[in-house]
Design a protein around this ligand. Structure first.
Ligand code: NAD
Length: 356
C-alpha cells in the first residue's frame, strides 16, 4: 500500500494555470502507473486572490497549505496588479509572506542543461562541453528582502541587510549536505570585501565546513561569481548564496540552460514539507497564447516527490520522460531550434505524461 499525500495546488496568474494543468496531467499519470495516492486541492493565490478575496494570500489559502504535505505553485503577478501600492502587490503581499509563514528558508534551484538543448543555450557549445549541472542553494527568508527597517521618507529610501549566525548555519548545512550527495564541491558567494554581514557569512560558512571534510569549499565575491558563471559554468557544483545574490545568480544560471521555462525550484523548511514552483514568473508577455513551456512546472512536481515524499525514483522517471520527448525533437517555442518540431503547452504536457 502506498501513502496518501495531500498536495495544495496554487495555479496563480499569467501562465501559471496553463502550465499547472500540464503538471496535473503528469500527476494523474504518476498515480495511474504507481501505488501512490495523492489528493489535490486548489486555492487562489496572488493576483487572482486579490481579485476574488481582496488579498494576495488569503487566510483560507494559507490554512490549506499548512494542512498539506506539500504545495505545488504556478507563478503569480502581472500588469493587472502593478498599479496597486507596492505592499499590496502579489509578490510582496503573497510570495514573501507565504515563504515566511511556512518557514521555507532554503531555496534549491537546479540548473541542468539537457544535452539535447545545448543549442538553445546563449552560451557557445565549447563553453558547455555538452552540458551543465549545478545547484543554487539560496537563503530565502532573511537578508535584505526582509531586514527591518525598510522605509521610504520622501527622497530617501532604506532597506536593511541583516543576517544572524544561526540563519547562515541553517542554510549552509543544507548546501553542504547537497554537495556531499553530488560532486562534493561548494562555492559560497558573498561580498565580504565591502559588506559587514558578508564577513559574518564567510566566517560562519567556513566554520560549518569543518563538519563536512569531504566537501571542498571555496569562497567567491558575487561580482566574480556572476562573471565565472558565464565564463565557465562547469566549474560549479553547488553554489551557496544569501537571498538577493541567490535571486540574481539563479536567474543567470537558469538562462544558461536555454529558457526560464525549463527550471524548477524547491523551497524547504525544517521537515519534509516544501513548496515547489518554476524558477520563472508569470510571463505576462506570453500568457493566454498556449505557448508557455510546462517543463519547469512538471520538474517542480518531480522535485516535490523527491524532497517531500522521499521518492527520488519518481523524480528520475519524470526527468527521463522529459528527456525522451526532447530526444524525439519536440520543443515549445522558447527552446525551439532548427530541425525540431514545435508543440504547444498542452501537447508538450500530453507527450510527457504519455512517455512516463
Ligand atoms: P518572467 O519570469 O515571468 O519572464 C521572463 C521571460 O521568460 C519572459 O520573456 C517570459 O516569456 C519567459 N518565460 C518565463 N517562463 C516561461 C515559460 N514557462 N515558457 C516560456 N517562456 C517563459 O519574469 P518577469 O517578466 O520579470 O515577471 C513577470 C511577472 O511575474 C511579474 O509580475 C513578476 O512580479 C512575477 N514574478 C513572479 C514570480 C513567482 O511567482 N515566483 C517570480 C518572478 C517574477
Amino acid at each position: 500500500m502506498g501513502n496518501n499525500y495531500n498536495i495544495a495546488v496554487l495555479p496563480g496568474d499569467g501562465i501559471g494555470p496553463e502550465v499547472m494543468a500540464e503538471a496535473l496531467k503528469v500527476l494523474d499519470r504518476i498515480k495511474g502507473v504507481s501505488n501512490i495516492s495523492c489528493t489535490t486541492q486548489e486555492a487562489d493565490f496572488g493576483g487572482i486572490a486579490i481579485d476574488n478575496h481582496r488579498e494576495a494570500l488569503p487566510e483560507s489559502t494559507l490554512k490549506l497549505c499548512k494542512n498539506s504535505d506539500a504545495v505545488l505553485l504556478g507563478s503569480i503577478g502581472g500588469p493587472a496588479w502593478e498599479n496597486l501600492p507596492p505592499e499590496q502587490q502579489p509578490e510582496r503581499a503573497g510570495l514573501l509572506p507565504i515563504r515566511k509563514e511556512l518557514g521555507l528558508f532554503a531555496n534549491l534551484r537546479p540548473a541542468i542543461i539537457f544535452p539535447q538543448l545545448t543549442a538553445a543555450s546563449p552560451l557557445k557549445e565549447e563553453i558547455l562541453h555538452g552540458g551543465m549541472d549545478l545547484l543554487v542553494v539560496r537563503e530565502l527568508t532573511g537578508g535584505i528582502y526582509f531586514g527591518i527597517p525598510k522605509m521610504r521618507e520622501g527622497d530617501r529610501a532604506l532597506d536593511t541587510l541583516v543576517y544572524t549566525k544561526s540563519e547562515i548555519e541553517k542554510i549552509a548545512h543544507i548546501a553542504f549536505k547537497a554537495a556531499k550527495q553530488r560532486k562534493g564541491k561548494l562555492t559560497s558567494i558573498d561580498k565580504a570585501n565591502v559588506l559587514t554581514s558578508m564577513v559574518l557569512w564567510r566566517e560562519v560558512v567556513t566554520g560549518v565546513a569543518k563538519e563536512y571534510p569531504e566537501v571542498e569549499l571555496n569562497h567567491m565575491y558575487v561580482d566574480n561569481g556572476a562573471m565565472q558563471l558565464v565564463k565557465n559554468p562547469r566549474q560549479f557544483d553547488v553554489i551557496l548564496c544569501g537571498n538577493m545574490f541567490g535571486d540574481i545568480l539563479s536567474d543567470e544560471a537558469s538562462m544558461i540552460t536555454g529558457s526560464l521555462g525549463m527550471l524548477p525550484s524547491a523551497s524547504l523548511g525544517e521537515g519534509s514539507f516544501g513548496l515547489y514552483e518554476p524558477s520563472g514568473g508569470s510571463a505576462p508577455d506570453i500568457a493566454g497564447r498556449g505557448i508557455a513551456n510546462p517543463i519547469a512546472q512538471i520538474l517542480s512536481l518531480g522535485m516535490l516527490f523527491k524532497y517531500s515524499f522521499g521518492r527520488k525514483d519518481i523524480y528520475n522517471v519524470v526527468f527521463k520522460a522529459i528527456s525522451k520527448v526532447l530526444d524525439k525533437g519536440y520543443r515549445t517555442k522558447d527552446i525551439l531550434t532548427p530541425g525540431c518540431r514545435e508543440v504547444n503547452t498542452s501537447e508538450m504536457g500530453t507527450l510527457i505524461a504519455e512517455s512516463l
